[in-house]
Design a protein around this ligand. Structure first.
Ligand code: 5CA
Length: 165
């Protein structure tokens, strides 16, 4: 166990280990706050960054997690057509209170409450992807297929067709 991890990163590391997922959370000196910064810090492509984005269902108020490839923009109409969920971006205060982590370090797992999760199939093209681990400096690598077991999420095409270059 890495004893120098910050408390939030340690929570993610513990969750992963307790769920049988042997992976080492890395806290890096460079920023991993955004997908672009994380890719530059790690030395991978932006597409290999798994962005954990928290939305809210307008009808129920339920928090919904979308794990998207860093190079994609989420198409809310597409999600509505497939699921009936009418999502809006959750604000930072709601996210911190509900999920237990702050924007810039939201992990795909280990939240304060289990979140219904949608997974971007575009992540499946990479042998390894990187996800945030609780802070804007903490990440961990994983095989994209592992997201399904870790999050109990559902793969659903959810990207906008023409992401900006
Ligand atoms: N640590 C990296 C991934 S390793 C990371 O968290 N990247 S991210 O893209 O998932 O997180 C930053 C995202 O937070 C941005 O894409 C942006 O969509 C979202 N965000 C930034 N500010 C706000 C805000 N005020 N309210 C809601 N979402 C926000």
């Amino acid at each position: 166990m890495n004893e120098s991890l910050s408390a939030s990163a340690e929570r993610v590391q513990l969750y992963l280990r307790q769920n049988g997922f042997e992976v080492t959370v890395r806290e890096l000196p460079g920023s991993t706050r955004t997908a672009a910064e994380a890719a530059a810090t790690i030395g991978c492509t932006v597409g290999q960054i798994a962005k954990s984005l928290v939305f809210q269902d307008k009808k129920s108020g339920e928090a919904i997690l979308v794990v998207a490839s860093g190079s994609n923009l989420v198409d809310l109409q597409r999600i509505f057509a497939a699921t009936g969920l009418e999502l809006k971006r959750a604000d930072g205060k709601f996210i911190k209170e509900t999920v237990g982590f702050a924007i810039g370090g939201i992990p795909p797992v280990g939240h304060a409450v289990p979140l219904r999760t949608l997974l971007d199939p575009d992540l499946l093209q990479y042998p390894v992807i990187w996800a945030a681990a609780g802070t804007p400096h903490a990440v961990f690598p994983l095989e994209p297929q592992a997201l399904e077991r870790l999050t109990a999420g559902k793969w659903l095409p959810l990207a906008q067709d023409n992401p900006p270059a």
